[in-house]
Design a protein around this ligand. Structure first.
Ligand SMILES: CC(=O)SCCNC(=O)CCNC(=O)[C@H](O)C(C)(C)COP(=O)(O)OP(=O)(O)OC[C@H]1O[C@@H](n2cnc3c(N)ncnc32)[C@H](O)[C@@H]1OP(=O)(O)O
Length: 207
């Protein structure tokens, strides 16, 4: 039976579990968590082990919602990372999804779009044609990227955000929930509202 480690016994973990189980009925899942209180317990009916107890011969997905923390965990582990795609997602064959990325229920990814590594393409979001999404990006539920949008590494689009065609969003930026992006967004900017305006820049520019 196929075995997959899910690093992060939390909300993100349970949604990724559901995505995997929508495709594989015969799969053995094990959560890894750094919280010692969770070690040895069951989460969603799945055993939780500590970060030192995993066996590197089996693949892993990092199921942590925070983009910076997810990146740090992937860098700390010499694992084979796999992707998880919910069976209800519609993925164009002429698109690409990188290792460790997860695609939740009801997502549409259209032709020519490239999704990087360890991204979260969350419930019912739409990535239109020819978009480029770099590593560690989170596209939250119900967000929509129009055609030919670029999103830089580590950027988070909040729930229900919309991005007009041909826009470039920089690295480690945040687009607030419900915002509409009409103009290019620089690295580390926090953009909110309709139309989207920069309200500040993130201090933690690492990543
Ligand atoms: C399955 C899941 O749960 S996926 C997770 C999805 N998560 C999200 O969608 C969260 C998205 N986060 C947001 O929208 C946040 O409000 C952020 C990140 C944009 C801003 O958060 P903070 O950095 O804490 O900033 P803060 O709350 O101080 O807001 C700054 C200003 O922007 C305004 N603002 C914040 N968010 C928004 C928004 N989404 N739309 C419009 N204005 C907003 C605030 O009212 C505030 O205005 P003020 O200075 O006039 O009072």
């Amino acid at each position: 039976m196929e075995k997959i480690y899910l690093f992060g016994a939390s909300g993100q973990g349970k949604v990724v579990k559901q995505a995997i189980e929508s495709r594989l009925s015969e799969v053995s899942l094990v959560f890894i968590d750094e919280d010692k209180k969770k070690e040895g317990t069951l989460f969603e009916g799945v055993p939780v082990i500590g970060p030192k107890a995993w066996d590197a011969q089996y693949p892993m997905i990092v199921t942590v919602g925070n983009n910076l923390i997810r990146k740090a965990i992937t860098k700390r582990h010499q694992a084979t990372f796999v992707k998880a795609i919910h069976s209800s997602a519609i993925i164009a064959p002429q698109s690409d999804i990188g290792e460790g990325s997860v695609v939740m229920a009801g997502v549409v990814i259209n032709p020519g779009s490239m999704i990087g590594k360890h991204c979260i393409i969350n419930t019912a979001s739409v990535v239109e044609h020819d978009c480029i999404i770099e590593d560690y990006v989170h596209i939250s539920p119900n967000s929509t990227l129009a055609g030919n949008v670029k999103v830089g590494e580590g950027t988070h689009l909040g729930i229900g955000a919309s991005v007009l065609p041909n826009i470039t969003i920089g690295k480690w930026a945040i687009i607030g929930a419900g915002s509409v992006v009409l103009q290019d967004v620089p690295d580390h900017a926090v953009v909110v509202g309709v139309p989207g305006r920069i309200v500040k820049y993130k201090k933690n520019i690492d990543g």
